[in-house]
Ligand binder design. Sequence first.
Ligand SMILES: Nc1nc2c(ncn2[C@@H]2O[C@H](COP(=O)(O)OP(=O)(O)OP(=O)(O)O)[C@@H](O)[C@H]2O)c(=O)[nH]1
Ligand SMILES: [Mg+2]
Length: 367
Amino acid sequence: MGRLNGKKDVRILLVGDPGVGKTSLIFSLVSEEFSEEVPPKAEEITIPPDVTPEKVTTQIVDFSAQEQSDENLFQEIRKSNVICIVYAVDDDDSIEKISSYWLPLIRDQLGEDHTIPIVLVGNKVDLVEYSSLELILPIMNQFSEIETCVECSAKTLKNISELFYYAQKAVLHPTSPLYSSDDRDLTDKCKKALTRIFKLCDEDNDGVLNDSELNRFQKQCFNSPLQSQALEEVKNIVKRNVPDGVFDSGITLSGFLFLHRLFILRGRHETTWTVLRKFGYNDRVELDEEYHRPFLNAPTGCSNELSPVLTRPNRNWLSQHLRLWQNAFTTGTPALVKAGVGIATLAIVSIFIVRFVKSINSQSSGK
Ligand SMILES: Nc1nc2c(ncn2[C@@H]2O[C@H](COP(=O)(O)OP(=O)(O)OP(=O)(O)O)[C@@H](O)[C@H]2O)c(=O)[nH]1
Ligand SMILES: [Mg+2]
């Protein structure tokens, strides 16, 4: 599975009580019409990336207790990237089983703290006048692995493509590493990562992102600058919500964090994920190994040499890190801490050079 750019295959598994309409949902998605007669289990379907909204290869896997054993089910649970628990909105028993059977069974297979997102799917809305959300919300509050819920109908095709889109999104742009619904705030890891990104982008190191810094950030993450009117609107939103979010017509760290919290609350997790991934973070919001140790490719019999001219990626990497150290030295840090940081820098640079030379030696000797 790809990592740094956040793209990977998505394997979606549908589970749920017999007769809730799992197979019908898959048939309705594929044929864009409702089939009265469906087999117990749909064949596994692979949807090529160019016809999916998130442009990733997507596999859809059905489960039927009529044809498959518990062991088949457990294997499928372990292979999936996202699990849709389907219930029928007119069948309270199928709703009750979400929390009494399906969610515990999945935890049993994947571990209590698993990170496979769950989407709750309320099918057959064509049969009722009411919404099942009143019964579903307490379950969502109790089980943090539930990413979202959607009500749909295989019969009228209502929300069918949305359901598979939400499932894809739950894998590619999951909420839980970014936002804690218990604390109603960004997670500590997410705050730490965004703070680092803010400092890297604050090139003049004055504690705010001015217009040109914001534009460079925007271009780096989204390949296009912000229009000046859009920039003003963003600042106005920040100003209205966070008293110290804008200073000297630039966005402060608390304004920057507020914006990302807002994106997530409005369901635009992909914006924050794009930023994090551009700055080297993986799905657990940790700096990726590839970012720490870029692979040096030296074919057998060839050697790498340290060039006196830094390549552009190396220059960027070095200047980003130097700016981080510079921040540590210039923001009113006590002298003792500065001395500590200085010694740590020397130690890290020495280790880096030794490892770098070692890796070049071992690659050039073909090991
Ligand atoms: N009214 C209505 N009926 C539906 C809908 N979806 C499925 N059904 C009907 O519900 C019944 C069960 O549908 P299936 O798709 O076989 O259900 P399943 O979850 O795959 O069942 P198992 O394979 O036994 O686990 C069929 O008679 C479908 O026609 C829907 O959206 N609305
Ligand atoms: Mg079925």
